[in-house]
Design a protein around this ligand. Sequence first.
Ligand SMILES: *Cc1c(COP(=O)(O)O)cnc(C)c1O
Length: 394
Amino acid sequence: MSERLTWIHQELDSLKEAGLYNRIRTLGSPQGAWLMVDGKRVLNFCSNNYLGLANEPVLVKTAQEYTQKFGVGPAAVRSIAGTMDIHLELERRLAAFKGVEAAITFQSGFTANLATLPALVGKEDVIFSDELNHASIIDGSRLSGARIARYGHADPASLEKVIQENAGSYRRGLIVTDGVFSMDGDIAPLDKIYEIAEKYDILLMVDDAHGEGVLGTGGRGIVDHFHLHGKVDVEVGTLSKAFGVVGGVVAGSAVIVEWLRQRGRPFLFSSAVTPADVGACIAAVDILESSTERVDRLWANARYFKEEMKKLGFDTGVSTTPITPVMLGEAPLAQQFSRELFEEGVFAMSIGFPTVPRGKARIRVMISAAHQKEDLDQGLAAFAKVGRKLGVIA
Ligand SMILES: *Cc1c(COP(=O)(O)O)cnc(C)c1O
């Protein structure tokens, strides 16, 4: 074995000892309420397929049609070799859906953040960032070169204090927050944060990856949820979660979108999503605009599951969304819980450090509109059985 790789072997071994090594399961079926995982049919409590669109026949058919008409790949970066009209069509559709002036799409939500933050702030600037923001916000912030001033999680008073502490020391300021926090399922107090952004005349950006298709009327997102239309400068979203496809989007004022077409580096230096992705996303917008039925079912399922889990005695943390963390504490317990659930036919992964803080390991249950009541009941029975066996509940 080569000496120069020894440290990696050591690091991997220590992850395994600490119960933090991530053994990635292999899926052998499309996304849905049930999945084939490592050859076994199990109830799916893991994916971000909130609305059950990932294997929706209309999306699959539209993806096939777009492939037939436009081929399998965009073949170049849009800003260099021209953009396909279908990508522009999707952007117009997303802007209309969200009720904003304009939208620009990216390869993913992750790259949307990597594009946006460095385009809006630089070395002389400061980013006011919620301490639990998503990794892609943190990475985009670092890439920007701006000073990062963290404020207490979902705490407007802390935000205001940090802004005052930094007063006069920067050129431009930007407040950035997750809309729905992916590991805890709580919602940023965007109404209060907006008031502070207004008071200090600071740019406001929200990453609504887990709110897109989930919050607001018919899934129009966190800005709609708080009735802040036209007030939030930048709304980042993903097409990889509730939309069931893949891609990222930035929605907001026309001038910001125009700027991102000039300065958003993942837009300028990386190809766009495929025609199949675009077609499927357009079909998803069609479905969302035609009915709120899926969004309503998602919330009904989430409310039912969470209430029953609380009755069983589980701690589901501070979630107010379909994201349902089951707080377990130490990572090895969470890993064992997940393995036992799998034995009971339920696929729900444990999440530990560094995705969540040490000592706050959990199982994260993702509820979907694709679940039937019987599915949820089966999942609840498995949680009850494993919870009692491992002494988590009485
Ligand atoms: C999932 C997530 C992303 C990344 O979205 P992808 O489209 O999968 O790259 C970005 N931000 C937040 C807050 C997320 O939860």
